[in-house]
Design a protein around this ligand. Sequence first.
Ligand SMILES: *Cc1c(COP(=O)(O)O)cnc(C)c1O
Length: 359
Amino acid sequence: MRVFNFAAGPAMLPLAVLEQAKAELCDWQGSGMSVMEVSHRSKAFVAVAAEAEADLRALLAIPSNYKVLFLQGGATLQFSAIPMNLAPPGASVDYVHTGAWSKKALTDAGRYANVHVVADGAASGYFAVPPEAGWQRDPTAAYLHYTPNETISGVEFGFVPDSGQVPLVADLSSTILSRPIEVARYGLIYAGAQKNIGPSGLTVVIVREDLVGRARPGTPPVLDYQAMAAEGSMLNTPPTFGWYLAGLVFKWLKAEGGLAAAAARNRAKMQALYGYIDGSGFYSNPVAVDSRSWMNVPFRLPRPELEKPFAAEAARAGLTNLDGHRSVGGMRASIYNAMPLEGVEALIGFMRDFAKRHG
Ligand SMILES: *Cc1c(COP(=O)(O)O)cnc(C)c1O
């Protein structure tokens, strides 16, 4: 039986995509092999790879002066690859610190560049995005990095920062494809796949052409955007299965009406869940209302000792992985693209019943 999986990542995938992958797993396109067993240089796979890129370009309306790279190493490797590619030795780089993932990004960047924190959410306990008006930006920074959605705390930017002439770099791991974005506002976008794109092991980088070809000496070729772009992300063997499956997810999103339709579905899910939490008198969400995440909804129970029974009973009801991140506790429901509204409604139904029994 399929459950409603509220994991933050690896996360739920659309059932239609899994069914298709299953149907063609052992004999892909009449090859007598699975897609995992064909050469990445074969005509058939190269076509799949190109189609995935074209579909992603169509979904996000990516301008033609941007490269799309399909890489390995997760978003975490990009924490280092970004300064290695965009910051010359000795350069200063701007970071907005809004929670755990931006902290990791700026810590890793500190090994390659002078990191300057332009704003820090500490004053709010990292439960709100610091207002842009108070940011202390360095106009000479090599780039401005931010984390549009902090997956662990459920804190999301309700705006795209205005970085002026400084390239804007965004870790969209947990919010990419949840709604339309204006790619031209960014110098570079990156995302690990395992939240809204496909299986783990694949990382998507969307980078403006003028930022490619600037890697510092000593950058490994697989981390050098220029070297990878020149080879169509096939300088070495790419994560073929992840790339293929991401392509199926992109086709599924297109068939479901593209990102405007995804945004409408995600807004409905998010509003239903926050609306219930706020009105429940039992559950609470600690995040400032204007900084609430569409994709990751943390919530607390009135007494911490209820957390374990809540998670256990929910799992028995087919609602899994509702425990919050080990660093923050509480509960968290991740409701990415593949989570249907019925899953959120089932969760609300369970929460209502649990509150009645423990209120
Ligand atoms: C999950 C996540 C990461 C880490 O991704 P990996 O692919 O595991 O390296 C980084 N940033 C954000 C915002 C995330 O949600």
